[in-house]
Design a protein around this ligand. Structure first.
Ligand SMILES: C[S@@+](CC[C@H](N)C(=O)[O-])C[C@H]1O[C@@H](n2cnc3c(N)ncnc32)[C@H](O)[C@@H]1O
Length: 284
């Protein structure tokens, strides 16, 4: 493993924050050593100083930059993470939207999973919708067409894994109820393959939350922006939460991760509570 000195750390830290918003405090120097040493060596660098020079001389579209972002970002996720957002979706939001669809007041439901990692979050949304449709006796196929789920992430390698919808035994033990496993997955050798009906409910796209997003995607009825703003600076959280507010339709909802809040960053949201869980609605 390569060792990083203070000067190299500062240069790489600033480069990474500028590239994808991820902020690394001094105590995270080991993360750069752990996650970027192999990449640095693979591209012929003997020090992080050389690696920084290579990176900063590369163009924005060069593969080295995306490999660096893939390696430095944390892709930890699981099925139905924190459970409550999916319960709120099924018990409160989907019935509300379904009623509006039946009354001819809306045509569809647009949901954005804004940092989807390996896909467990958007696919959990899709499975939740499918369960709701099955339970309410809605004609499954037409209901699924009314559900538009966009899933994005900065990491193209992680997105490719998400889009494939194939998971190993370790991923399958994390949060997935056995009924969902039996209903929506098929086992092939050492992998579980997601049923195409669920997979096709989600559209994947590479998107860096650091880049301008208005006019590129959206608007949405519900945004899942979970367990990603914790990695960003206070300044970027403010900017991003206000940008995200601009992508919500009137009355639209926002879910953050369990340890995250809009408090102190954006005035654009009302705080709602359901069964002890906080979520947000855009102010009218
Ligand atoms: C810890 S995972 C969270 C996954 C999922 N939302 C959840 O709650 O389980 C964080 C994800 O954010 C992505 N990410 C980090 N910085 C990003 C950025 N600037 N734009 C888009 N995605 C980003 C990472 O690639 C990673 O997949």
């Amino acid at each position: 493993m390569l060792r990083i000195n203070e000067q190299e750390f500062k240069l790489l830290r600033d480069f990474i924050e500028n590239e994808c918003g991820v902020m690394l405090g001094k105590e995270k120097a080991y993360l750069i050593e752990n996650r970027l040493s192999k990449l640095a060596k693979d591209c012929g660098c003997n020090t992080f100083g050389e690696f920084y020079r290579k990176l900063s001389n590369s163009r924005r579209t060069d593969e080295l930059r995306s490999l660096t972002v893939d390696a430095i970002t944390t892709h930890e996720t699981l099925w139905f993470r924190d459970q409550q957002p999916f319960k709120i979706l099924e018990e409160r939001l989907l019935p509300e939207y379904q009623k509006a669809i039946q009354q001819g007041k809306r045509a569809d439901i647009k949901i954005w999973s804004a940092a989807c990692a390996t896909g467990q979050e958007p696919y959990s949304i899709a499975m939740t919708a499918m369960e709701f449709y099955l339970r309410t006796g809605c004609e499954e196929e037409s209901c699924c067409r009314q559900m538009n789920i966009l899933a994005t992430d900065v990491s193209s390698a992680i997105l490719a894994a998400a889009e494939a919808g194939r998971y190993d035994a370790n991923a399958m033990t994390r949060g997935l109820p056995s009924e969902s496993l039996n209903r929506y997955f098929k086992k092939e050798k050492n992998e579980w393959i997601l049923n195409p009906e669920i997979r096709n409910m989600v559209t994947f796209r590479q998107l860096n939350l650091k880049d301008p997003i208005a006019g590129i995607i959206g608007p949405f009825d519900i945004i899942f922006l979970r367990n990603v703003i914790i990695y960003f600076s206070e300044t970027f959280k403010k900017l991003l939460l206000n940008r995200v507010a601009g992508l919500l339709n009137p009355g639209g909802y926002l879910f953050l991760g369990a340890g995250e809040t809009v408090g102190g960053y954006s005035e654009a949201f009302e705080i709602l509570e359901y069964d002890g869980t906080i979520f947000y609605q855009i102010k009218t």
